[in-house]
Design a binder for this molecule. Sequence first.
Ligand code: ASP
Length: 405
Amino acid sequence: MKHKPPLSVQILIGLLLGVLAGLALQAAPDVARTYIKPFGVLFLNLIKMVVVPLVFASITAGTCGLGDAKKVGRIGGKTILFYLCTTALAVTLGLLAANLFPVGRGLGQVAQESAGAAGTTVSVADTLLNIVPTNPVAALAEGNMLQIIFFALCLGGAILLIGEKGLPLLAVCDSLAEAMYALTGFIMKLAPVAVFALIAPVVAELGPRVLLAFLGVILVVYGACLLHMLVGYSIAVGGIARVNPLTFFRTALPALVFAFSSASSAGTLPFSMEAARRLGVPAPVRSFVLPLGATINMDGTAIYQGVCALFIANAYGIPLDLGQQVTIVLTCTLASVGTAGVPGAGVVMLTMVLQSVGLPVEGVALVAGIDRVLDMARTTVNITGDIACSAVVAATEGGLKPERP
Ligand code: ASP
């Protein structure tokens, strides 16, 4: 073909074909699992290969690139404020939606039956303490993103402090980050095939029947996610960053489609970096804000946790008063910070939210079966929030400088 369609169109085609293939393979999900899924896994492994060095190098270099400690503090403060506020709004929206459309009533029987199938639990204190790595090398080896980010921020700050002596280290981080971006560029060319291979097995395995049983919860989560994305972020990018929301979503589209199919914020990082670049977010800001966001900013996860907490409460017939719902807002905001940007991580953190208001942790089993479908929506919101934040922070720090590809 003479004119290849742009990557975003190719990815959309991959998504569409993947859904069709999944529907066609419903009678034989094994085929999808055995022959199609490995291509998706291969792609995710390639992305994972670059993500740890990319996040480490780009946050360290990004922190130094901001120039002085005051600027780091200012941009860091703005970023974290944006992330926390939007996340708290997101979970409130999730709770409102779930109160308005009370899903899960009458599922008590299922709830009893699935008791005992819950996974691990996580506490608030552990989540906070875990941010500081006792061994940064181990954090890098295990790919513990929150710890890597903490160490990279400290290292970046220290390099700034030692002035000239830090320049060689900065050059190493800079060039490592560049090399990882270049590698990512090659890997991204495979994205359309990867999207196809990731989505087909999900559709083949879950099929419309399982989805129908949980239609209520799925609709509420998707509805709240859409509202948060289309209204919340449009106001943020249109009002503060002065970017036309349509331009914003069009530019972010490849990243959003990839987030939807891969259900991984960390895996989508290279795509969000590219979207922010095309929106005109300067390099130091995007390499600081986006890896941080991929790890701590999870508005979609917060929406999901809010809805699911209420869904589980309804299923067990346990009413939640206003105080408990406020507790959920606070815990979800924190839990979403502690959620890793990988598929399914939100379920583990949901246990922390349930515990905070005394709901049975076994309730997680109720939503585990449809988690992937919910994960796709929440990851898309998570990524939109990261890109929106990078545009907002850049706009308040000297403005966006759009560049053409
Ligand atoms: N999959 C989500 C993400 O990577 C995290 C979650 O499970 O909520 O953004």
